[in-house]
Design a protein around this ligand. Structure first.
Ligand SMILES: Nc1ncnc2c1ncn2[C@@H]1O[C@H](COP(=O)(O)OP(=O)(O)OP(=O)(O)O)[C@@H](O)[C@H]1O
Ligand SMILES: [Mg+2]
Length: 363
């Protein structure tokens, strides 16, 4: 799939701009604060349904304007689609070929893989960043998973509320088992999906890391769950989960929150035998983050059968030439967008277009 054209109206610092793109490499250059990331963000938004910067709708609209619109002309399997995102009464709305559509569906018409400097947090920061990474990436090719997470979060919230209420009204304790059943049922489904995904991720991110560091070190990922001691016990997870909830019932009530489940799980990122979060150098952490994110290209490709569009915001300047070339090699079949203050991409054998942005306009 490729984006042929893009029209931005009142989106961030763009008033009304039309772009046409190369089916290969698109290098977006310009000084700081000119609109490069805004352009990448608009593509991510129309594909994934939300801003990768976590911005509210009101922040996406050009200052002092009432609404924004992003329209992308997509070519997928030789069919042209018009995919658009716009704001309406303070909410986002998505349209496919003129008809409103769910935000979960836009992704299958335009699938994007983004890497940006903030992704270093996946390696450097707390478990919530890694859970979010897993949730976003699995949802990226499996919309069912997105609903699973939403349902789990609802159950979790209601169960936590009930635990708090039980502190004051012991008779409510009899209703806890209904929520336990749902928590266990949805929780196990999430854990199983993540474990299966990690199996695949280990292979793809592992080999990509090898390429990035010229085979000197190994990247290995482990799923860490607080219900079972090791993944060998995955078959018994239901009984163990039930047991934990029973054994820790008093503690959960005292705390007013759920102690066990996929909402507290983590993914350990090991470089050789060391935890990359604590012992990795800056360069190792960056390579690990790139490997985790860009291994999605292959995974998505094999899950969906189409080549995702690759967005690389502001990362080329941080990498040496060898790593840059390895990445270009990896994405040579995909349409890609690479931003920077200058063009350092090289381009052997690739169809390439350089787009210069100044103050929300293409020069
Ligand atoms: N809602 C908005 N309306 C108008 N302008 C906005 C809005 N949101 C952000 N901007 C402007 O967009 C500019 C930042 O754009 P962007 O983040 O795309 O820069 P960039 O080209 O990626 O820069 P850098 O190289 O520093 O990353 C800022 O000048 C900011 O004021
Ligand atoms: Mg930027």
């Amino acid at each position: 799939m490729i984006i042929k054209e893009l029209n931005l109206i009142q989106y961030r610092n763009y008033l009304n701009e039309n772009f046409s793109f190369s089916p290969g490499l698109n290098v977006i250059i310009g000084d700081n604060a000119q609109g490069k990331t805004n352009l990448i963000e608009s593509i991510y938004l129309v594909s994934r349904g939300y801003s990768h910067r976590g911005s509210a709708v009101s922040e996406l609209i050009h200052f002092d304007k009432p609404d924004f619109s992003v329209k992308a002309t997509i070519l997928k399997d030789q069919v042209t689609h018009l995919l658009s995102a716009r704001s309406l009464n303070g909410k986002k709305q998505f349209l496919l070929n003129g008809k409103t559509t769910d935000r979960e569906k836009t992704n299958s018409v335009l699938t994007t893989i983004l890497f940006e400097p903030g992704d270093l947090k996946i390696v450097k920061e707390g478990p919530d960043k890694r859970r979010r990474f897993l949730n976003e990436e699995i949802s990226g090719f499996n919309p069912q998973y997105h609903y699973l997470i939403k349902n789990y979060e609802k159950v979790l919230m209601q169960r936590n509320q009930l635990l708090k209420n039980i502190q004051f009204n012991k008779s409510l304790l009899s209703t806890l088992s209904i929520w336990n059943e749902q928590l266990i049922d949805l929780g196990i489904k999430i854990i199983r999906q993540r474990v299966a995904y990690l199996h695949r991720l280990n292979r793809e991110a592992g080999s990509l890391y090898q390429i990035l560091c010229q085979g000197k070190e190994n990247l290995t990922l482990y799923y860490h769950n607080n219900i079972i001691d090791s993944l060998d016990e995955l078959d018994q997870i239901k009984e163990k989960f039930e047991q934990k909830l029973k054994n820790f019932e008093d503690q959960e009530i005292a705390k007013g929150s759920t102690i066990f489940g996929p909402h507290v799980d983590d993914m350990l990122i090991m470089i050789d035998q060391n935890d990359a979060r604590r012992f990795g150098s800056q360069g190792q952490q960056r390579s690990a983050a790139i490997a985790l994110k860009l291994s999605q290209i292959k995974i998505v490709q094999s899950q969906t059968g189409s080549l995702p569009v690759v967005l690389l915001d502001d990362i080329f300047s941080e990498l040496d030439e060898k790593r840059r070339n390895s990445i270009l090699q990896l994405i040579k079949e995909n349409q890609s967008f690479i931003t920077g203050t200058e063009d350092i991409s090289g381009s052997e054998g690739m169809t390439k277009k350089v787009i210069t942005i100044r103050n929300g306009k293409e020069l």
